[in-house]
Structures are given as structure tokens and as C-alpha cells.
Design a binder for this molecule. Structure first.
Ligand SMILES: [Fe+2]
Ligand SMILES: [Fe+2]
Length: 160
């Protein structure tokens, strides 16, 4: 599957572009849905590098919720009058194959800041979204991004 035209090819750059937008339109939400779906693959890759069942479970929980965020983005698209389905496994242009040999604690600290930045973006999009149901979905995703950062902090604590 291809990204809508005009969007960067990397998930990081595409997310930076979305962050610069006060309100998301339907194409933005398609890109967001695929970035969130790629977040599932990312956390599953981290979970595979986890050494203990506790840290693995925390990272798998984040993976599961990232997929939920993608589904909320699909719901937002429908509420705004559009329609979109997530790419099949292995066909998401934003999901690059990643493998981690171990959990790097500095990298995990960065990840907490990334999750907090994700929440800020969701709150911004919610504030500028006239459709209250769509704004509600953004706030749910944002709140869970904070929870992801808290789980990653637990992973760091358990790994020390
Ligand atoms: Fe997310
Ligand atoms: Fe997240």
C-alpha cells in the first residue's frame, strides 16, 4: 500500500509533518492510522528483546494499544465521511523491519519523550477538531500515549 501523495516516506518525518498541523484531514488520518499500526510492530520488536516476562508483557501491552490507536484513527476517518482500511501485515509502508538485540535504556528514555510528544499532538488536534466524537477519540489515544511512556519507565526500572 502507498502513502497518500505529499507525505514523507519515513514514519518519523511523516509524524513531524502531522504534528505541524493544527487539525487533521482525512489523508492525514490515513497516514496517522498507518503510523500507529507500525507502532504495534515497533513495540513487538522491543518485546522480543526483553529479558524478563514482566518487561515483555509491558511492551506487548503498548503494542496492542498502538493497534487500537490505528483503529480509532479509522473510526475518525469514518466520522469525517471517509473510508480507509489498514494495510495487511507486511504491507504498511511505515513499518520497517526492526530488530533489537537488547533494550537500550537511553533509547527507552527517548521513547518516553516521544510518547509524551504524541499526547501533546493528540491534545492539539482535539482542541482544533469541531467534530466532538473525533476529538474524543484523539483524547483517548493521547491519554494512552502517556500510559505507554509510564510502562516504558517501568521497563527501565525493571531493567536496572
Ligand atoms: Fe499511539
Ligand atoms: Fe504510544
Amino acid at each position: 500500500m502507498q502513502t497518500p501523495s505529499g507525505y514523507p516516506e519515513s514514519a518519523t518525518e511523516a509524524f513531524v509533518l502531522l504534528q505541524s498541523k493544527p487539525r487533521l484531514d482525512i489523508d492525514d488520518l490515513k497516514v496517522l492510522a498507518m503510523i500507529e499500526q507500525s507502532g504495534q510492530d515497533f513495540y513487538l520488536a522491543l518485546a522480543r528483546a526483553a529479558r524478563s516476562p514482566e518487561t515483555k508483557a509491558l511492551l506487548e501491552k503498548n503494542a496492542h494499544e498502538e493497534l487500537g490507536h490505528a483503529h480509532r484513527a479509522l473510526n475518525a476517518i469514518r466520522l469525517l465521511g471517509g473510508n480507509f482500511s489498514l494495510p495487511k501485515a507486511g504491507e504498511n509502508p511505515y513499518s520497517l523491519p526492526v530488530m533489537f538485540d537488547e533494550l537500550d535504556l537511553n533509547f527507552l528514555s527517548e521513547l518516553i519523550r516521544g510518547e509524551e510528544g504524541g499526547d501533546k499532538s493528540y491534545q492539539q488536534w482535539a482542541e482544533n477538531e469541531p467534530n466532538a466524537d473525533v476529538a474524543h477519540l484523539y483524547r483517548l489515544n493521547g491519554g494512552e500515549e502517556i500510559g505507554h511512556g509510564q510502562r516504558v519507565a517501568q521497563v527501565i526500572a525493571l531493567s536496572q
